[in-house]
Design a protein around this ligand. Structure first.
Ligand code: T4K
Length: 422
């Protein structure tokens, strides 16, 4: 664990942004990877080298697929080289065309994957409370060109699955889910993985369960699973026979080795996240204007994201002001997801989506995972509490600093004029 370097901060002068010593000597990241037993990983890696089978549906990929399918209680699991490629392969295998509706409040890969496939992402708004796709707004955006709705289980919370299912049935369009955040999370007691036509996970290094880079598409549909495998491997069926358009989305054996090793420690990773989430809730319980996103108690959750909403009017500082303070302390909290995808190139200016825009101004993700512990979280809480308790003084100092800088600039202009004068 990365221990704090300095004594407790009790005054504004102690904040690194005003010249105090940063609370941490090294950077605390939101996505520091969880790593399982290194010995087990290295054993698997030497097996790969001995076998000289490095990729192309190797034995470790097959083992990982079988273990994941059984863990998630789903018929088929097709491992891929990343979540983004997984989304593209799913879109191709489902034969999507035209427009696909998705929430704008998500990581940009959700939209890019569709656009990369020549589809038109149509952005809809999200629910203010859960941050999840708003099915009513999604339905409003359906046109004769719509072929699918892509829900995102943001922060691992399950989308309004039943409402989206009814919508998809009413309009005879496909329903699929970006489950990049949702490994180890449940909906109605069953682990996410078997919903819609298929679900796409990310196993990127920064995720609760990682394969360095990687992902998987899960489905109960055997025919779809066969098509997904074909598209993943250039459209081949068997040797030397291409039957469709395809790409190279294969997971490599070292990634599967990491996945099998990560799976053995998954419960530990989730326990660390849960402990951290509780520690943040305690540390941030008192200041007004902060809301730590909680997760449904009746479901299983991976607690992978510690998401905090900052209500500037009540907190006294904005999300961005708090981020500036935290970054100076070496706490690399992140603006997930700001701005919303609809405001990013190539989609901007995009439609007006009030809830997405509101959240994009207020939400931040804080460091968690096995690399962070309760001591660090208490220090982060202390910095946030100190900052909010002294919000007015901090803003006054910033204003003073800006004024001073303006004054210094004016002085420089005067000096330059004097020097240039004959
Ligand atoms: N859909 C959704 C909803 C997603 O969130 C994502 C990915 C996808 C689809 C696409 O899945 P993939 O194609 O990625 O499998 C990160 C991840 O790169 C991305 O996987 C993830 N979502 C997204 C939410 O976060 P960045 O650019 O915000 O973070 P990054 O990569 O800079 O890493 C975060 C922090 O972690 C850094 O401060 C440094 C630290 N870090 C990172 C890596 C890679 C480490 O300490 N060690 C490492 O090895 O995108």
């Amino acid at each position: 664990m990365l221990k704090s370097a300095v004594a407790a901060k009790v005054a504004v002068d102690d904040l690194a942004i005003f010249g105090g010593v940063p609370a941490f000597t090294g950077m605390l990241h939101v996505g520091r990877p969880n790593v399982g037993n290194p010995r087990r990983l290295l054993e698997r890696m030497s097996g790969i080298l001995e076998r000289r089978w490095l990729t192309n549906d190797g034995p470790l990929v097959q083992e990982l697929e079988a273990r994941l399918a059984s863990h998630l209680g789903v018929g088929h699991c097709v491992c891929v080289s990343s979540g983004t490629i997984g989304l593209q392969i799913a879109a191709a295998a489902l034969g999507l065309e035209g427009e696909v509706i998705l929430p704008a409040f998500t990581f940009v890969a959700t939209a890019h994957a569709l656009r990369w496939m020549g589809l038109t992402p149509v952005f809809c708004d999200v629910d203010a409370e859960s941050h999840l796709i708003d099915p009513v707004d999604a339905e409003r955006r359906i046109t004769p060109r719509t072929t699918a709705v892509l829900g995102v289980h943001l922060w691992g919370r399950a989308c309004p699955v039943e409402a989206l299912g009814a919508l998809a049935a009413r309009h005879r369009i496909a329903l699929l889910f970006d489950a990049a955040h949702a490994f180890g999370c449940s909906h109605r007691g069953a682990l996410i993985g078997g919903l819609g036509r298929c679900e796409i996970f990310s196993f990127h290094a920064t995720k609760v369960f990682n394969t360095f880079e990687g992902g998987a598409i899960t489905t109960h549909d055997e025919v779809l699973a066969a098509r997904l495998r074909q598209v993943r491997n250039f459209g081949f069926t068997g040797h030397d026979r291409v039957v469709s358009l395809g790409t190279n989305g294969k997971m490599i054996e070292p990634a599967a080795a990491m996945g099998l090793t990560s799976l053995e420690s998954l419960e530990e990773f989730i326990a660390a996240n849960r402990r951290n989430h509780e520690a943040y809730r305690t540390a941030l319980a008192t200041p007004p204007g902060l809301r730590v996103m909680t997760y449904p108690a009746r479901e299983r959750h991976n607690f992978h994201y510690v998401v905090v909403e900052v209500d500037e009017a009540r907190a006294g500082l904005s999300r961005d002001e708090l981020l500036e303070i935290l970054h100076a302390e070496n706490v690399l909290a992140r603006r997930y997801y700001s701005p919303g995808c609809h405001r990013l190139p190539p989609y901007a200016p995009g439609p007006a989506l009030p809830q997405t825009e509101r959240l994009a101004e207020r939400v931040m993700a804080l460091p968690t995972g096995t690399a962070v512990g309760p001591d660090e979280i208490e220090r982060i809480g202390e910095i946030i509490r100190l900052s909010l308790a002294n919000a007015a003084a901090i803003r006054a100092r910033w204003a003073q600093r800006r004024a001073l800088t303006a004054e210094q600039l004016a002085q420089r202009v005067e000096d330059a004029k004097r020097l240039a004068a004959p």
